[in-house]
Design a protein around this ligand. Sequence first.
Ligand SMILES: Cc1cc2nc3c(=O)[nH]c(=O)nc-3n(C[C@H](O)[C@H](O)[C@H](O)COP(=O)(O)OP(=O)(O)OC[C@H]3O[C@@H](n4cnc5c(N)ncnc54)[C@H](O)[C@@H]3O)c2cc1C
Length: 317
Amino acid sequence: MSENIHETIIIGSGPAGYTAAIYAARAEMNPIILTGMEPGGQLTTTTDVENFPGYPEGIAGPELMGDLQKQAERFGTEVVYDMVTEVEFAEDIGGVHIVKTSNGLVYKTYSVIISTGASAKYLGLDDEKKYAGSGVSACATCDGFFYRGKDVAVVGGGDTAAEEATYLAKICNKVYLLVRRDEFRASQIMENRVRETKNIEILFNHELEGLSGDQVVEQAYIVNNKTREKSTLKIDGVFIAIGHKPNTDIFKGKLKMDESGYLITKTKTTETEIPGVFACGDVQDNVYRQAVTAAGTGCMAALDAERYVAQNEFDRG
Ligand SMILES: Cc1cc2nc3c(=O)[nH]c(=O)nc-3n(C[C@H](O)[C@H](O)[C@H](O)COP(=O)(O)OP(=O)(O)OC[C@H]3O[C@@H](n4cnc5c(N)ncnc54)[C@H](O)[C@@H]3O)c2cc1C
């Protein structure tokens, strides 16, 4: 184990992680960012990002993440292509945390910034992969604008699906909402909102079986799971809204999480209950899930970590 104790280690290289790295590097914390399996994070899987401030013409996701990486490296961030497999958190203020990676590296650090993101859940159909970015999306706020005036379907029966459907109904011509059960799982208020929206057609007991189209989605094949009757919807896009899985398996039993596995931070900060351990981005946000909000909390995490380490240095003399 290296005897060197770092000021901060950042786990995850999405917009939250790289923004934290930019701030931490400029504060001379010499951050190390461990990229994980998806260097650059979720945005590397998308083409046009049109809502990240500063890009009036929009920008390709991988290009945006490449720029963030360069900006972080410019101030001295060390980018390490490795994945964290285990953490040991010290519970006392000023304690040394340990971060272990799949390449066998072991880091000691006074602070840890967790930005491991969350992954959208999919149904597992081959066509979801085939048409990813060409008619299949898991984010209405991100991609809804590309379907303005068009017909789309939303899959899911919970709050996320209800929210995505009502959001899309404002932009799109028609929204089919495919609900697997014969009732919603969504809260009553969200259900009412869906039912009161004229251009949403709710199809209870319906499941998506497949998609077709030349290059982009043109049809959805659906089945009534009670009658087994099959039908086809003419649509331009489908939004899978069956939830997200935060990437927090390695923190189970070590940090507080909500029932879905999102890390819990103290209000208005990125602090977890462990001193020196901070969380930012989608891993602690089941509401907004946007690149700019992830970047915003990444900034907060670096500032929180910087203050924490500075205070401890002061205390240690
Ligand atoms: C297809 C698609 C299109 C989108 N379009 C938009 C858009 O147009 N506008 C917008 O604002 N948002 C968009 N989003 C949402 C946006 O991508 C996310 O809100 C944002 O990326 C969250 O950033 P993050 O840094 O929290 O996490 P992520 O981007 O999810 O990054 C997580 C990082 O953590 C790493 N990681 C995970 N586990 C470990 C581990 N054990 N060790 C080390 N590293 C680990 C991963 O490798 C990854 O680098 C889109 C999402 C998707 C999927």
